[in-house]
Design a protein around this ligand. Structure first.
Ligand code: BT5
Length: 239
């Protein structure tokens, strides 16, 4: 039988390993978990701190088309939040485009990377990082949190299986968020109703079915942001 879950004590990044496996023909659903990542990454070249004690996981998929990679990221975050909510005493919220929030601090993040084979989409790797009981670096102490801060007994083993099952169960047939997904997202939407100052000034009204962030500006126009990093108008909450 082909082993579809690979565990490593230490890797550069589970994304590197999953891309390597996919390039060797690993089927959709193949997953990599690492105890520790030495070069864990976020989006746009940012660093993702990944010491021992967190869940560092990547899964490969072969979606029919790449349209809606933003949607894949939101869908993955939503599925993960729903899968582990029962183990966390406070709401897990989602901050567009890819953050998982707990008590107004970042507890996890999603990273999607597509790889092409010539003109065609080869595969999409979805990575999820979740602080479970790992140490948070001092410089992130005010903005990051671990699940164990609220659930002292929680372990990576307790959440790895539900998170993996949720990701493997993702349905890629639609490149658009369904009405149900939108209302689920809205219930967990951390940005909704908040005023942002970057990349535009306005109030966040939600996300659209294409995964874009919806913002109403002071002049009353409605904007749709496809990508970018959001900064709140309040000084204390930016990333
Ligand atoms: C993310 O990026 O939030 C996506 C993180 C994805 C990590 C997973 S782990 C498994 C797989 N393998 C990888 O190498 N990556 C994926 P972004 O939105 O760009 O956020 C990055 C920012 O989050 C950094 O610039 C820091 O400010 C902050 N950060 C870094 N490490 C953190 C941590 N452990 N907890 C909370 N915040 C962190």
């Amino acid at each position: 039988m082909i082993s579809r879950l690979h565990y490593f004590e230490r890797v550069t990044s589970t994304m590197d390993v999953i891309h390597q496996l996919a390039s060797e023909g690993a089927p959709a659903g193949t997953a990599v978990i690492a105890g520790e990542q030495l070069e864990g990454r976020g989006s746009r070249g940012r660093t993702w701190h990944s010491p021992l004690g967190g869940l560092w996981l990547s899964v490969v998929f072969q979606p029919p088309a790449v349209e809606g990679i933003e949607v894949i990221s939101l869908r993955a975050g939503l599925a993960v939040a729903e899968a582990i909510q029962a183990r966390v005493p406070k709401p897990l919220q989602l901050k567009w485009p890819n953050d998982l929030m707990l008590e107004d601090r970042k507890v996890g993040g999603v990273l999607c990377e597509a790889r092409w084979q010539g003109e065609a989409l080869g595969w999409v790797a979805v990575g999820i990082g979740m602080n479970v009981r790992n140490r948070i670096p001092d410089e992130l102490g005010a903005v990051a949190i671990s699940l164990s801060d609220l659930t002292p007994d929680i372990t990576v083993e307790m959440i790895a299986a539900p998170v993996l099952a949720a990701l493997r169960g993702l349905d890629f047939r639609s490149g658009r968020l369904s009405r149900d997904e939108l209302s689920q997202f809205s219930r967990r939407d951390w940005l909704q109703g908040r005023t942002i100052r970057e990349p535009v000034v306005g109030e966040v009204t939600g996300v659209g079915e294409d995964g874009a962030l919806l913002v109403r500006t002071a002049s009353g126009s409605n904007l749709s942001l496809r990508s970018g990093t959001v900064e709140l108008a309040a000084v204390s909450q930016s990333r």
